[in-house]
Design a protein around this ligand. Structure first.
Ligand code: SAM
Ligand code: ZN
Length: 365
């Protein structure tokens, strides 16, 4: 079977190919255009689609690898079909990443990337890209699995997509410090069945030591939904500041920024120019997603409107009205691409609930 995606046309018979990941690959090529480094390794290539698109649409030098001989045959044919030059390897990705360094290393595994994280941090000189589809472990449904794979304790909370991202980002950032590498996250998102992270790597013992200033714990009260974060090394009380209930402590996880808006805006501007030149709208959906993401408020752990309203026993007001009222009262507020009913803002939970109640009573006047 032949499929067209981006500028590529690939054969996918007998190898893994998920058409639902086209959107993810569209986002990738937009972001890759502003990520540094020439030599890109698609370490788990399957049909080679990601690497071939990176060559065709971003112009990087690419190496495509898969352990499966059938996949390697398909990759070679796909390279010829698309008339691109690329090196093809048939190795265990962990061995390849230990043997060689690449500017940019991308792993897109079945399930968890945990088994590849050490090698990717070792091999990558300038950038890393990672997919995870073990969403149950990352979002806190499979508590034990998250402990074993990500050395992190979390349970399922109403803002679980963000928790999962912060667990994965934290694991990557901490593992990279072993090699004196500091990660700067360009973009991280969760959608459907997967999490995806792109980060720039800087080799510096000083910067990698600073990474731990952005790693810590989420302290959360299931009774009143109050939360706060504490950095590594600080203590916290066992009780909720708001209701006096018993709190839970989750982590360690990434508490710093999950995006670099300046770079993302540049990527979107350049992609818009390219799309005009090519008279193509293939990137429109991905670009609009990145524009929204880049404009989001940089707060930690969004509020999920429905859960808060359920607890207050009120019906959820329109999210746009809530956002407007938050801004009127001087808070920063935005939606989040992670959840249609999520609100990112710098208001405390008590202030947020007050606004919901006020907004509803004004609607009912
Ligand atoms: C999810 S697929 C990759 C999909 C592809 N990146 C895409 O965008 O369509 C995972 C691929 O990794 C390969 N694989 C699994 N374990 C591997 C390993 N240890 N080393 C190299 N390849 C591996 C599998 O053969 C499979 O083709
Ligand atoms: Zn409480």
């Amino acid at each position: 079977m032949l499929v067209k995606e981006g500028f590529a046309e690939v054969e996918v018979s007998g190898v893994f190919y998920n058409p639902r990941m086209k959107f993810c690959r569209d986002v990738d090529v937009i972001v890759f255009s502003v990520m540094p480094g020439k030599l890109y390794l698609d370490a788990l290539s399957a049909s080679g689609i990601r690497g071939i698109r990176t060559k065709l649409e971003v112009g990087k030098e690419v190496v495509l690898n898969d352990i499966n001989p059938r996949a390697v045959e398909v990759i070679k044919r796909n390279i010829q079909r698309n008339k691109v030059h690329a090196e093809v390897c048939r190795e265990d990705a962990n061995i390849l990443m230990r043997k060689r360094h690449f500017d940019h290393v991308d792993i897109d595994p079945f399930g968890s990337p945990a088994n590849f994280i050490d090698s990717i941090c070792f091999s990558a000189k300038k950038c890393i890209s990672v997919t995870a589809t073990d969403t149950a472990a990352l979002c806190g449904s499979a508590v034990n699995s998250c402990l074993r794979k990500y050395s992190c304790f979390v349970e399922k909370l109403e803002f679980y997509p963000e928790v999962g991202l912060r667990v994965l980002a934290g694991k990557l950032a901490c593992e990279a410090t072993k090699y004196d590498k500091a990660l700067n996250f360009v973009v991280c998102w969760a959608k459907e069945h997967y999490y995806r992270i792109h980060a720039i790597v800087k080799r510096s013992p000083r910067l990698s030591a600073k990474i731990y200033e952005s790693v810590g714990y989420l302290v959360y009260c299931k009774n009143c939904l109050w939360r706060k974060t504490v950095p590594i090394g600080e203590t916290t009380s066992n009780t909720c500041d708001r209701c006096g209930g018993k709190v839970k402590v989750y982590g360690p996880m990434w508490l710093g920024k999950l995006k670099n808006s300046k770079l993302l805006n540049r990527a979107c501007r350049e992609n818009l120019k390219l799309s005009k030149v090519e008279s193509s709208n293939i990137y429109d959906e991905a670009r609009s997603f990145l524009e929204k993401l880049s404009a989001e408020v940089d707060s930690q752990f969004y509020y999920e409107l429905h859960e808060i309203c359920r607890r207050l026993r009120i019906s959820p007001p329109k999210i746009n009205v809530v956002l407007e009222e938050l801004r009127n009262r001087g808070f920063e507020a935005s939606r989040t691409v992670l959840c249609g009913t999520g609100v990112k803002c710098n208001a405390e939970i008590g202030e947020f609930e007050e606004i919901l109640i006020d907004v509803l009573s004004e609607c009912n006047l």
